[in-house]
Design a protein around this ligand. Sequence first.
Ligand SMILES: [Zn+2]
Length: 195
Amino acid sequence: MKVIQIKCPRCQQPIYSKVKDRAFYCNHCRTMHIRNGGQNVIDFDIGEFNLNAPGERIYMPFWRLFSSFTINQSQVSGGAFHKLGRMIKGTANGGNLFIYVPAWETDVSEFKHWSMGFTENQPMYSLRPDFNNVERGPTSVSKEEAMQMADFVIVTMEAERPGVLQYLDYGLQVHDARLVYLPFVRGPSGLAPGF
Ligand SMILES: [Zn+2]
């Protein structure tokens, strides 16, 4: 595995990182930064594991998109879109919503599974200040790329429910994205939430 060495922009300590990871974490001062031309120090969250979560632990990165959602018109009798309409906070016709986008390199089905699953059923977890030496999955999707996928997540959530898509007219605005590390366990059938 190829590793590169850079310096933490806050404390100047060396950081050793896998080449494919866009997010650089300083174990010394707990600063996360992304190098994208310049060095951008970012805010991020680390979720706490459920004490009883069995299996090999790993943190997987998600972009959590803070979005506003407006339903202009719809003829939808049920399914995820209807569900979204009910769960978003605000008025009956719109409100705020967190859209979750996997930040690691996924195939289409894996992407859909986690983005739809966590956007529909928002993960509940407590926060912790560090990674507690648990492995961290690499971030390969940029913040900008994630923000551009918001529409895809919403449309897919509805389109994948057979028989319920009739007509959608909605507005979606993504205001901000935050990198969130969620606890997972690796088992024989793949990744499973560990919170
Ligand atoms: Zn540092």
